[in-house]
Design a protein around this ligand. Structure first.
Ligand code: CUK
Ligand code: CUA
Length: 656
């Protein structure tokens, strides 16, 4: 910490606190063996094996989608078995199938910062119809280089990625409204906004005056799912952590936890977490949309990418957007209110009825539960406690239903079973705590191993939760599995919540670090799953639909285009000459198969990008610039038939 540009003069209280919290974690997590009286000595339900057993050849009851955190992917697990079904690459290049390497997919990862083939993916959210998950799309956030992506659940493929301007640390994201009218995304970091189109090179001392956060309103086409950034609300410069939206009576509203509300930048002497209170921000998104539509929105220069897979050619294309519309809350009465919340709040969750907003303050000793109807009364009767940056602050007592007292240590996130119970994850005391929504009474607790972050009940964020299982996503694994050196798989735990007492059923390792998950009954997704692409609908400009049409063409001095086919059990052409060192060679490989589960792969020796995996009926392109003369074998990488090893060939590269 010797760098002279740092203006930090002492360790900020937040950092010290977090260290204390981390120390507490290890202690509590490993020693916590009580709770869950229905469990065996090891804390496992006696019927656990049969409860999670899915017989060979049988399908799971639910799909679950776990975010990959720092691997930028989504992993798909069957529940209750905990079997890993697929990894869907979103923000990260994926050598397994060529995503982000193939010419068709590269544009998906373009941003205003250039090609960014990595991100930190925290929150998956399923699309909704009438407040219920509909199995069409999965929206996910890129935290680091602020982006929102859409995965099509017909193909389990990322089809669209939108970068967000005026944003940094897109953590508070994405939240789809009850009919996907908007996908809403808020910033973690406030950033300088230069509405005159400047460089953004602003002194860090100007945090208070010049930095703002943003809430992005992304419109979603109701039929096709296509996203479009409609407008942003530029909010005071404190940091937005998490969002969730209303249901039923509160469905016009979306709620955000915020921290750093004293507007202290992290470089200031006195850091965040010095205020006793931060805020829950309540935004009437319908009113915001109305204001934007009725001309309250102004326009400012922006520069952000919108990348989408073209439906016909299946090639990703980037569009660079140059403007964004914005609203200022101080100019839009009734659009935004602040509710005092315990300091450094994290999760905000709204119960299935839409009446209760539950805020988890990770450093708080109680969980405040706000009442939506009381909030409306407080607004109507102007029960304000001053204002902040032109936004009215509502009186704490006027909006509070009550507090859950001594729930455990480090409450983070809450989900619901639809039977009047809430379940809150306790990071520090490593447990899941079940409590009654009406009475605010803790009724059960179960230890988890260790340090749970998010938890998820299938449909637990909708108006009618599935309510049978709970998945705890634990941050620390320690001794749960065979050791694999210093780096361990994170752990998820499946808990039966069908009875009065929670029962532990299963541990399963996860891919990277799931922060959140969604799950949906299999019958809402499985029947729509695409089995292969129809060859006669393939509009790729370099597709070849029969072997007779393949070609090797030198298009210019340094560019060669190879149009190939793959079908069991040969690649055509399989012997290619005429390539020269330094050429850019495009291999467009069309998979002629018209059957389920017959992909072919394509890899060239020494080609320093990846292979590509081509689905039946599709065309994928691998680019290669040979650096030296020689003979280079290529082959199919996916064992596709008894003659798989015969799917191979040679490329001769001659000096220029
Ligand atoms: S999360 Cu992103 S820090 Cu609690 Cu939603 Cu893990
Ligand atoms: Cu085609 Cu192996």
């Amino acid at each position: 910490m010797e760098t002279s540009i740092f203006k930090l003069k002492k360790l900020v209280p937040k950092a010290a606190l977090l260290m204390a919290v981390a120390a507490g974690t290890a202690l509590q997590g490993c020693s916590n063996t009580e709770g869950g009286s229905a469990n065996t000595a090891e804390g496992v339900a006696t019927d656990a094996a049969s409860a999670v057993y899915v017989a060979p050849g049988k399908h799971d009851e639910l799909y679950s989608f776990l975010s990959g955190g720092f691997n930028g992917q989504v992993s798909v697990y069957g529940l209750p078995s905990g079997r890993l079904l697929k990894i869907i690459p979103v923000f990260t290049q994926h050598g397994e199938n060529g995503y982000g390497y193939s010419e068709e997919s590269k544009a998906m990862l373009m941003t205003s910062h250039g090609f960014v083939p990595w991100d930190d993916l925290h929150h998956p959210k399923l699309s909704r119809t009438d407040g219920m998950t509909d199995g069409r799309w999965l929206f996910v956030n890129g935290n680091n280089t602020p982006r929102v992506a859409r995965i099509d659940l017909k193909t389990f493929e990322t089809v669209e990625i939108m970068e967000l301007p005026n944003s940094a640390g897109n953590h508070c994201s994405p939240y789809p409204t009850n009919n996907n009218e908007y996908v809403i995304a808020g910033t973690r970091f406030s950033v300088p906004l230069d509405m005159k189109g400047g460089t953004g090179d602003v002194s860090l001392d100007k945090y208070e005056e010049e930095f703002r956060g943003s809430i992005s309103f992304i419109k979603v086409d109701p039929e096709k799912g296509d996203m479009d950034l409609d407008f942003q609300i530029l909010v005071p410069g404190f940091d937005y952590d998490l969002a969730n939206g209303g249901k039923g009576p509160s469905e016009d509203w979306v709620f955000f936890t915020t921290y750093n509300s004293e507007k202290a930048g992290t470089l200031k002497e006195v850091g965040a977490s010095q205020n006793d209170r931060d805020y829950l921000a309540a935004v009437n998104w319908k009113l915001a949309a109305k204001y934007a539509k009725e001309g309250k929105a102004r326009e400012m220069p922006a520069n952000y990418y919108h990348n989408k897979i073209d439906k016909d050619s299946h090639i990703a294309k980037s569009t660079v957007k140059k403007k964004v519309r914005y609203l200022l809350p101080e100019e839009c009465p009734g659009m935004m209110y602040l509710l005092p919340a315990p300091k450094s709040p994290h999760g905000i969750d709204v119960d299935p009825s839409g009446e209760f907003m539950i805020v988890s303050g990770k450093l708080a000793s109680a969980i405040p539960v706000f009442s939506f109807s009381k909030m409306q009364d407080a607004i109507k009767n102007k029960k304000f406690d001053g204002e902040k940056n032109g936004i009215p602050v509502l009186q704490y007592e006027a909006v509070l239903k009550g507090e859950v007292k001594e729930p455990g240590l480090g409450p983070l996130h809450t989900e619901f079973d639809g039977k009047g119970n809430a379940y809150t994850s306790m990071f520090v005391s490593s447990e899941v705590v079940k409590w009654k929504l009406n009475e605010l009474q803790v009724v059960d607790r179960i230890p988890v191993y260790y340090s749970v972050g998010h938890l998820m009940i299938p449909g637990g964020d909708t108006k009618a939760p599935h309510g049978k299982y709970l998945v705890a996503m634990n941050k620390i694994t320690k001794d749960r599995y065979l050791p694999t050196g210093p780096e361990l798989a994170h752990s998820a735990q499946l808990i039966d919540i069908s009875g009065e007492k929670m029962k532990l059923l299963l541990d399963f390792p996860t891919v990277a670090e799931p922060h959140y998950a969604q799950a949906i009954p299999a019958e809402k997704v499985a029947p729509n799953s695409v089995k292969f692409y129809k060859l006669d609908e393939n509009k790729h400009p370099h597709a070849v639909k029969k072997e007779a049409d393949v070609s090797v063409v030198r298009e210019s001095k340094n560019r060669v285009r190879v149009k190939m086919t793959a079908i069991r059990s040969h690649m055509t052409p399989d012997n290619i000459e005429g390539i020269q060192v330094g050429d850019t060679v495009y291999f467009h490989v069309t998979n002629l198969e018209q059957d389920w589960d017959v992909p072919h792969g394509f890899a060239v020796m020494g080609a320093n990008n990846a292979e590509t995996l081509i689905m039946p009926g599709a065309t994928q392109t691998l680019t290669w610039v040979p650096k030296k003369a020689g003979v280079f074998p290529f082959y199919c990488t996916d064992f596709c038939s008894a003659l798989h090893q015969e799917m191979q060939g040679y490329i001769r590269v001659s000096p220029k």
